[in-house]
Design a protein around this ligand. Structure first.
Ligand code: NCD
Ligand code: ZN
Length: 345
């Protein structure tokens, strides 16, 4: 097969940053994706509808004139989010979800929720209005091993939360473990999950064997191949509508990654759909890519699927070493490596 035609995909989990950093990368996503759920972990975070709309305007004004890319905005859940904030979000056409960062879990999560009981009223309102809760599913206690934080989150936080709010729509974001795959697969239809390209294509060996590779460091951290990466590949390519595309593309300045305390985040927007195509082809499941990339996410959010078609061509290419990023550089996932599929412009 030389060409692959797909309904235009959407990215259900994306970090765009702000200012010049944002305008350096937003075009890469807009070229490939119809829509993207834009994460609110700016500094300071996007907590209100007004802030979300201001941020959206900034994004739209950085797009090429011809682009019809639609940024879908989210609010950052804090201990102080009110019922009224949720009502405001539910009636605003550009706001689609609310993001839960356990305080301290990841980049810019300092304002996150310290205890879920602080946000029960907001969650109750979200359940009522059908506003999805997007979850960074990791516990943050010092004594819990970083490789176990996702599995323990499911048991100690998510299961009790869903027992209390059984109808709440939840997306477990960027899942990295077999535990999450099993949990989501066996849940009701109000629970879905996004899977990144990097968690399909890499495991912790890529990050740690032969030297420490900071550009493979993200949160939740890459896990073992068996059983975790294998379970993610099986879930993404299974045709289950509970699993859909979310890159978690999270650009950082090169010097802030290549540091004694490098920050978490992998940049993949430069080649998002091409990376997923590689992963699906390796699993011999290219025929399952369109559902995962272009259909199930829209269905989960209750939105229309895109109608435009994109074409990928089998034409191996080498990913550049870096891209310019504001006044610095960002090192992309798969830098200087070969990818088999390329989006036809
Ligand atoms: C994200 C970032 O840099 O904003 N980093 C990451 O490793 N994924 C935050 C997040 O989604 O955890
Ligand atoms: Zn993220």
């Amino acid at each position: 097969m030389k060409h692959l035609k797909l309904t235009k995909p959407d990215d259900w989990h994306l970090h765009l940053r702000q200012g010049k950093a944002m305008s350096s990368v937003v075009g890469m996503t807009a070229r490939q994706m119809g829509r993207a759920i834009v994460m609110p972990n700016l500094s300071p975070p996007v907590k209100t509808v007004k802030q979300a709309l201001d941020y959206r305007r900034e994004i739209v004004s950085a797009l090429p004139k011809s682009s019809d890319f639609n940024p879908l905005m989210t609010l950052y859940l804090t201990d102080n989010t009110t019922r009224q904030d949720i009502i405001n979000a539910s009636i605003e056409e550009h706001v689609y979800a609310v993001k839960l960062y356990p305080a301290g879990a990841t980049t810019n999560s300092e304002s996150g929720v310290t205890n879920l009981s602080n946000v029960y009223l907001a969650l109750e309102q979200m359940q009522k209005e059908g506003v999805p809760l997007l979850v960074h599913g990791e516990v943050t206690q010092d004594d819990i091993d970083i490789f176990d934080r996702e599995a323990i989150f499911i048991e100690t936080v998510l299961m009790p939360l869903l027992a209390k709010f059984p109808e709440l729509k939840v997306v477990l974001e960027h899942i990295t473990t077999k535990d999450s795959v099993d949990f989501v697969s066996s849940s009701q239809s109000n629970i879905g999950a996004t899977i990144t390209a990097h968690h399909l294509l890499a495991n912790r060996n890529h990050m740690l064997v032969g030297g420490i590779k900071p550009h493979y460091y993200c949160l939740p951290v890459l896990k073992r191949k068996a059983p975790h990466q294998d379970a993610l590949i099986a879930a993404a390519t299974s045709g289950s509508p509970k699993f859909f595309l979310g890159t978690d593309s999270a650009p950082h300045y090169q010097n802030e990654k290549e540091s004694a305390c490098g920050c978490a985040g992998i940049f993949s927007a430069h080649a998002a759909i091409e990376l997923y195509a590689d992963a699906f082809e390796k699993a011999n499941k290219l025929d399952m890519l369109e559902g995962f990339a272009s259909k199930y996410g829209a269905d989960f959010y209750g939105l229309k699927r895109n109608t435009e078609i994109i074409t990928l061509e089998k034409r191996p290419w080498t990913v550049p070493k870096s891209y310019s990023f504001s006044d610095s550089k960002v090192i992309p996932f798969f830098a200087e490596e070969r990818l088999s599929w390329r989006l036809v412009p």
